[in-house]
Design a binder for this molecule. Structure first.
Ligand code: T6T
Length: 315
């Protein structure tokens, strides 16, 4: 995926900002540090951030790690902090490991806003804007239960232990799936945000449980790899996949029938809301500490409907 090409195509966002244009943040610098580069979720969020910042006269630079990894994100936070931007919007790749560098960035004078993922201790942040990931995990469980006819064996592919979104989606799913007595959860495995690893996890799980009926893949790379694993085993369509995110690759997989449902987040609006909150924080206005956003469950049947079309990621 060509990051630059996707990143420059911010034309079709649907979010709405609420903060009026303000001279007081005019010219201030905002640095966006996503979890990883080249990811349609973060690229869509970047579009929302850029559009809203432009309205307010703020300048945005984006610095993304090459992999979803706190050891790669930490030097990026450090380098950003050294330039003392007015605000840093960051998706921490680990809820614990990213706290010290972000605390130092705050101490150096930048206001911190959390987008998507969060920290174990959010007191350093002005605001945290994200999907309600526990609720989204529960929605995934309900969608998968329906697809498998409320029976059989299911598994979870958690994309990264320690990343709040992965942990919360997994736990939300695990709690909700217990409500279906006909379903056995054979457990969660971690793919380290690597599609190839997700594919081999699926192959190994199918060898141990040839009667597997469903997979919850907690983000787009987990879902991508899960679909590959099923293809390798000749089980596409026999084992149902509920994936996360609604970028172009996921939509194609949904249309082809290798994934049966997508839990779409609202990355563009998360970006817009986060910029508004940081602008408020920088000008001493009231700030909302937590903004949870919802999801839309997209299937092939409802893909054409406006609610689904509206939810697709639009970089
Ligand atoms: O699912 C999103 C994001 O919410 C998560 O924290 C990391 O993975 C994605 O960016 C999708 O690849």
């Amino acid at each position: 995926v060509a990051t630059a090409a996707l990143a420059t195509a911010c034309t079709t966002g649907t979010g709405t900002g609420s903060t009026p244009v303000s001279d007081s943040v005019n010219g201030k610098q905002l640095t966006f540090i996503p979890g990883v580069s080249g990811d349609s979720f973060y690229l869509t969020m970047q579009c929302g951030i850029q559009a809203e910042a432009k309205k307010l006269g703020m300048n945005v630079d984006t610095q993304a790690p090459q992999a979803f990894d706190p050891s790669l994100q930490t030097p990026i936070v450090n380098a950003a902090a050294a330039k003392r931007p007015a605000a840093i919007l960051v998706a921490p790749t680990d809820a614990t490991a990213m706290l010290p560098p972000l605390l130092r960035a705050k101490q150096a004078g930048s206001a911190i806003g959390l987008v998507d993922t969060t920290l174990q201790d959010t007191s350093i942040a002005s605001t945290a804007v994200s999907t309600d990931n526990s609720a989204a995990g529960a929605a995934a469980a309900d969608a998968l239960a329906k697809l498998v006819g409320e029976k059989g064996k299911v598994m979870v592919i958690a994309f990264q232990a320690g990343a709040s979104t992965s942990d919360e989606r997994q736990h939300g799913f695990e709690q909700e799936i217990k409500k279906y007595p006909g379903i056995t959860n054979v457990g969660a495995q971690i793919n380290d945000n690597d599609p190839a690893k997700a594919a081999s996890i699926v192959s190994a799980t199918l060898a141990a449980h040839p009667d597997l009926t469903g997979i919850f893949a907690t983000n787009q790379f987990a879902a991508q790899g899960a679909a590959t694993g099923l293809r390798n085993a000749g089980k596409v369509g026999q084992v149902q996949i509920v994936g996360f995110d609604a970028g172009p690759v996921q939509v194609e997989q949904l249309q082809q029938g290798s994934i049966q449902a997508l839990i779409a987040q609202q990355p563009y609006q998360i970006g817009v809301d986060a910029v508004d909150q940081m602008a408020a924080a920088l000008t001493g206005k009231p700030v909302t500490k937590n903004i949870p956003s919802g999801t839309v469950t997209i299937t092939r049947d409802n893909l054409a409907q406006p609610a689904s079309q509206q939810a697709l990621y639009k970089t």
